[in-house]
Ligand binder design. Structure first.
Ligand code: 5GP
Length: 138
């Protein structure tokens, strides 16, 4: 399986489609998931193309996980969460639907189950407000 440079996250990286970005550095961006499984659900992706963890280079992964931690800490604070779920899927059999490496960072409230993966589109105003909360915490 090879990398398809027309996947949705590649288009977000190139600025061809909009996203509620919360973080950017030389190697990484983070933005709100449009179908959040909980309030504050954020995706963290490298600028370097790879489909997933199976073809990523270790240096990219190392840099990426450091940002995942940064976003997780900020998301816990921003959404007054009790915990944070970090998920990463590889290939369709594992549940991957967008083929550019990404980590899901999902703030969790005690007793509140996750909504379905790729379930319901969130209101853009809610996503914008949640993105601002996260930026403030960062
Ligand atoms: P995967 O199954 O590949 O791990 O997850 C892909 C994620 O991307 C899903 O959680 C889905 O809600 C999210 N997603 C799909 N299309 C878009 C989009 O156009 N913009 C954003 N921000 N997220 C998307």
């Amino acid at each position: 399986m090879s990398y398809d440079s027309n996947n949705i996250f590649a288009k977000i990286l190139r600025g061809e489609i909009p996203a509620h970005r919360v973080y950017e550095d030389e190697h990484t961006i983070a933005f709100m998931d449009v179908m959040p499984q909980a309030d504050g659900h954020t995706l963290v992706i490298p600028k370097t193309p790879s489909r997933n963890i199976l073809d990523a280079d270790p240096e990219t992964l190392a840099r990426l996980i450091a940002v995942v931690q940064k976003i997780a800490v900020a998301a816990k604070k921003a959404f007054e969460a009790d915990g944070v779920t970090v998920i990463q899927f590889n290939e369709p059999a594992a549940g991957q639907t967008v083929y550019h490496l990404h980590f899901h960072v999902i703030p969790r409230v005690e007793g509140l189950p996750l909504k379905p993966h790729s379930g319901t589109m969130e209101d853009q105003g809610v996503l914008a407000a949640n993105a601002q909360k996260l930026r403030d915490a960062l």
